[in-house]
Design a protein around this ligand. Structure first.
Ligand SMILES: CC(C)(COP(=O)(O)OP(=O)(O)OC[C@H]1O[C@@H](n2cnc3c(N)ncnc32)[C@H](O)[C@@H]1OP(=O)(O)O)[C@@H](O)C(=O)NCCC(=O)NCCS
Length: 143
């Protein structure tokens, strides 16, 4: 299994994996163009895992220069429960550390208990002191 940096050309395969992963929500903002911008602005923080030429997993990371944010973690069903999700997170955190980022967040859907259990099991702290508020400028609630 090889974990390498995600590139813009990986977009179709990555979206294919994410689109088939229950618990991952894709929105208009995950367009090819916006994802390309995201990868340029956050170079070196998104990764894919490849096994025999097959996309086995992915994770996308970003930073505002202070904190880190992870999103779109998914492992192909064939490769789940073999430590790949853990390895992808570790790789992204290693990249965050190189940028001087030592606190990283992830938003997990309440409707995704399996993922919540995953983050707990790999030692992430579930925050009880924060409530998320969003400002949505678009009339489209799925923007
Ligand atoms: C969540 C996900 C990325 C985990 O990937 P993975 O490669 O299976 O994770 P790991 O093998 O590293 O799991 C580490 C530990 O987390 C826990 N865990 C992982 N998936 C779990 C699940 N679905 N339910 C409960 N616990 C889970 C287990 O304790 C596991 O260790 P074990 O297999 O020795 O018991 C994968 O299930 C997935 O792609 N799910 C669909 C997409 C998704 O929900 N993404 C997360 C969005 S925040």
């Amino acid at each position: 299994m090889q974990i390498i940096e995600m590139e813009a050309d990986d977009y179709d395969e990555v979206m294919g994996l994410l689109g088939g992963a229950s618990g991952v929500v894709l929105r208009a903002v995950d367009s090819r163009k916006a994802t390309g911008r995201f990868l340029i602005a956050n170079m070196g923080l998104s990764f894919i895992a490849i096994e025999d030429g097959i996309l086995a997993g992915c994770i996308m990371g970003s930073t505002d220069g202070k904190r880190g944010y992870l999103q779109h973690l998914a492992v192909h069903p064939t490769f789940r429960r073999q430590g790949l999700g853990t390895a992808l997170v570790a790789r992204a955190l290693e990249a965050m550390a190189k940028r001087g980022v030592d606190k990283t967040h992830v938003f997990v859907m309440k409707s995704n208990p399996g993922a919540q259990e995953f983050w707990r099991r790999i030692g992430w702290e579930q925050r009880e002191d924060i409530v998320l508020f969003s400002h949505i400028a678009s009339a489209d609630p799925n923007a």
